[in-house]
Design a protein around this ligand. Structure first.
Ligand SMILES: Nc1ncnc2c1ncn2[C@@H]1O[C@H](COP(=O)(O)OP(=O)(O)OP(=O)(O)O)[C@@H](O)[C@H]1O
Ligand SMILES: Nc1nc2c(c(=O)[nH]1)N[C@H]1C(S)=C(S)[C@@H](COP(=O)(O)O)O[C@H]1N2
Length: 212
């Protein structure tokens, strides 16, 4: 039988289930109860605002301990089968900031564009943006893959880096990294993500977008 070469046929085949998201707040003081964690709540609020397709969330709060961070990422990806894991905190130059190293220890491949773009976005907000060593990676097992992204610890950096910056007329000044996340998840075999485009508009090549 002849293969049908339609635009639809070229779209990566998405699994039909909710996206599984892992949120990890990495903070010595929040994990010890010195202050209330704002990392996971800020991430959760952002996802509630941005995603219109179904998703499930796993949340963790851990100290800045390299082995604990690595094993938490591995648990979320290998056991709980998260498609996307986002960390917040521990990306700076202080001795106890070890999130990038811990993330690389769980990685199978690096996605350098995410760290580069986040620092570009953050430079629009703070001159200290370049102090963040944040990375983006893939963790791939035999039958599953996840995108893992580090965000800075300042709770307001979460919306800034995911969403980017718009001017007073709503025009995009700098694209948030989340614009590239849905297509990345398509390509690694996860579910098709849809968003509220007034928050962040995903970019997919035409052949990869679902016809609405
Ligand atoms: N989970 C959090 N909840 C609330 N505020 C946070 C959190 N993580 C970081 N912050 C704030 O952002 C700042 C920079 O974050 P960073 O990850 O460098 O934390 P830190 O100074 O190493 O301290 P800690 O690990 O104890 O949070 C912190 O000093 C704190 O004001
Ligand atoms: N968008 C954004 N990026 C930011 C910041 C911020 O406030 N907003 N803080 C910077 C600072 S001061 C530091 S030290 C680094 C690392 O922060 P972290 O250790 O909290 O991850 O992120 C940088 N990136």
């Amino acid at each position: 039988m002849a293969t049908q070469h339609t635009a639809q046929a070229q779209r990566p085949v998405s699994v039909q289930r909710p996206l599984r998201v892992g949120l990890i707040s990495i903070s010595d003081r929040a994990s010890q109860g010195v202050y209330a964690d704002e990392g996971v709540p800020s991430l959760r609020t952002w996802f509630e605002k941005a995603l219109t397709s179904p998703y499930e969330v796993q949340e963790r709060l851990v100290a800045d301990e390299r082995d604990v961070i690595t094993s938490t990422i591995i648990e979320l990806v290998d056991i709980l089968q998260c498609d996307l894991v986002i960390t917040t905190g521990g990306t700076g130059p202080a001795r106890r900031d070890v999130t990038p190293e811990a993330t690389l220890a769980a990685a199978t491949r690096e996605m350098p564009g995410f760290g580069e773009q986040m620092r570009q976005i953050s430079l629009k907000f703070v001159p200290t943006a370049i102090l963040s060593r944040q990375v983006g990676v893939l963790r791939e097992t035999d039958d599953h893959a996840a995108l893992v992204l580090n965000l800075p610890g300042q709770p307001k950096a979460i919306a800034q880096t995911l969403e980017g910056l718009k001017d007073d007329h709503g025009n995009v000044v700098v694209s948030g990294i989340f614009a590239a996340v849905p297509y990345c998840i398509d390509l690694i075999g996860g579910p098709y993500i849809e968003t509220d485009e007034s928050v962040v508009k995903p970019f997919r090549p035409k052949k990869a977008a679902k016809v609405k």
